[in-house]
Ligand binder design. Structure first.
Ligand code: ACM
Length: 532
């Protein structure tokens, strides 16, 4: 056979495959039934909304088509079954949506603005990737016909960003939020205080920003090398900037959870206010090495007054239900050697320093609960007895989460072995410097929150999952994107998509098909997984 006829035969077989529309949505929806044909969005199209609540979502779609293709799209009240329509159906669950796409209409049905926002994310992902960037002139913007029914598996789908170790400008925090929103994540855990820097303005304690937000220098290379750059490093968010970020996240249906660390990871506080630590006369620097500081807060009355003042301002800025108080990695050496702490342990009838930490957290729990909020803490808050209203974030594997769920507490699963995005995702020699670990994309994807250790009733306490971007080695947003994407796509899918047999290869193919979207947005994602 001649080469040309062979090529024609191959092409004939390949055509139906090539013509197959792409239904590539991450996280995968509950159900998607392909249709035939496609809806074409045209310049001058109208988006109808059956309810004013859907106005902002329709405007977001119009704005994206304007910025990427220059289309003038108007938003009008209406409910006709033609063109693009966001339609209210109060019988749907608050985060559930349906999509009906044919050649003549795109009908998104939802009961809330939040669910309509999720429908919008799916619609955008069905469009050509160029809508996330610049659509070349003459390119048709089509949406392949299909029926989608969708709702999240878990109520809590989170990412944590540590701006304690490294401060990111407001615009970069917004970018982090934008990317989360695309994948239907809804909890932004903002780690704002650390041994190495305090990053939020508190009006009553101005030294927190004047002193605690600046360290003398930062490590160069890995912490174990014990080398420093000799350059002062600082930064903090003013209360106006915090409000701006919270409003920005809220518009994208993301709750911001502030984390104010206590009683450990607080050396920066002591640099400004040494009276809240062991020795009021000591000069504490803001810590420069990464790792865990021995210098911790002491459970004195004046410390609690300080923390309650801080939390009062924090609760004023963050309207969401959760206030994260850290609680992790608090060395007990100083408490062991302190007459004050030992007397307090006796006076309160406590067994040891772990019970003293638990007593500390219980007091804070009472305060937060009295303000109508919920305390969230790392799994160390289990040691010495869990506060009655606490929700536990399980990071040292799933053990803490299992124990908390058995005690009837809500749990967010954030095991380091699956969801610590500061870990290496490939061979260290080929990767930018990271803290350590080995966490390829496949491992993140494989996490299953339904654990055999838990009964069905206990499993209901697992409210969701979270991945964490600790930034000891991650100096800026570009570096953060490399560590976060595509691994956060796996987290998003574990949190949203129904429990089904894991098929990493199929997921990987969908991620590959999705890369043009990340390219259009200029995301600095890691390509490591392509070679794994
Ligand atoms: C943690 O990684 N120390 C919560």
């Amino acid at each position: 056979m001649k080469k040309t006829s062979l090529a024609i035969i191959i092409l004939l077989f390949a055509l139906p495959i090539m013509a197959q529309p792409s239904y590539n949505i991450i996280p995968a929806p509950v159900s998607l039934t392909p249709g035939t044909g496609a809806f074409e969005v045209r310049n001058g199209s109208v988006i109808q909304v059956s309810d004013a609540e859907f106005g902002p979502v329709a405007e977001m779609l119009a704005a994206r088509l304007k910025s990427s293709a220059g289309y003038a799209i108007s938003v009008k009240n209406g409910n006709a079954s033609k063109g693009i329509v966001f339609r209210k159906d109060a019988s749907l669950a608050p985060e559930a949506y349906k999509l009906e796409i044919t050649s003549s209409r795109v009908v998104a049905t939802a009961s809330t603005g939040r669910a309509a926002f999720y429908a919008l994310q799916s619609i955008l992902q069905l469009m050509p990737a160029a809508v996330y960037g610049a659509v070349p002139a003459g390119t048709k913007i089509t949406i392949p016909a299909c029926q989608i029914e969708d709702a999240p598996r878990f109520a809590y789908r989170g990412l944590m960003l540590d701006n304690g170790r490294h401060y990111f400008p407001v615009a970069d925090v917004k970018r982090f939020i934008d990317l989360m929103a695309m994948y239907k994540m809804n909890m932004f855990h903002w780690h704002l205080t650390e041994d190495q820097g305090w990053r939020i303005e508190i009006k009553k304690y101005p030294l927190l920003t004047k002193v605690s937000s600046i360290r003398k220098e930062s490590p160069v290379g890995h912490n174990r090398e014990n080398k420093f750059d000799g350059k002062p490093y600082g930064g903090f968010y003013t209360q106006d900037e915090v409000r701006e970020i919270v409003a920005y996240a809220t518009a994208r249906h993301i709750t911001v959870i502030p984390e104010i660390e206590m009683p450990g990871h607080s050396q920066a506080v002591l640099a400004a206010y040494p009276q809240f630590g062991w020795n009021a006369d000591r000069i504490y620097p803001v810590r420069t090495r990464w790792g865990i500081s021995e210098d911790v807060l002491f459970p004195r009355e004046e410390t609690f007054r300080f923390l309650e003042d801080v939390l009062t301002e924090v609760m004023d800025l963050f309207p969401g239900p959760y206030i994260h108080i850290g609680g992790d990695e608090c060395p007990k050496t100083q408490w062991k050697e302190s007459r004050f702490c030992q007397d307090l342990i006796k006076k309160e009838g406590l067994k040891d320093e772990h019970e003293l930490q638990s007593w500390f957290i219980r007091r804070i729990d009472r305060f937060i609960t009295s303000k109508g909020r919920k305390l969230l803490g790392w799994d160390e808050i289990l040691e010495g007895g869990l506060s009655p209203n606490a929700t536990v974030m399980s990071w040292r594997g799933v053990k803490g989460g299992v124990e908390a769920a058995k005690q009837g507490h809500d749990v967010v699963m954030s095991p380091n072995s699956y969801f610590y995005l500061d870990y290496y995702q490939g061979t260290p020699a080929n990767e930018p410097l990271a803290i350590g670990g080995n966490l390829p994309l496949s491992k993140c994807y494989e996490f299953e929150p339904d654990l055999p250790e838990l009964t069905e009733a206990e499993t209901k306490h697992v409210i969701g999952v979270q991945a964490n971007v600790w930034t000891e080695y991650i100096k800026d947003q570009k570096y953060a994107e490399y560590m976060t994407y595509p691994r956060a796509l796996a987290l998003a899918e574990v949190g949203w998509s129904p429990k089904r047999a894991k098929d990493y290869n199929a997921f990987k193919q969908r991620v590959i098909a999705h890369l043009p979207v990340l390219d259009a947005l200029g995301v600095n994602y890691a390509k490591t997984f392509l070679k794994q």
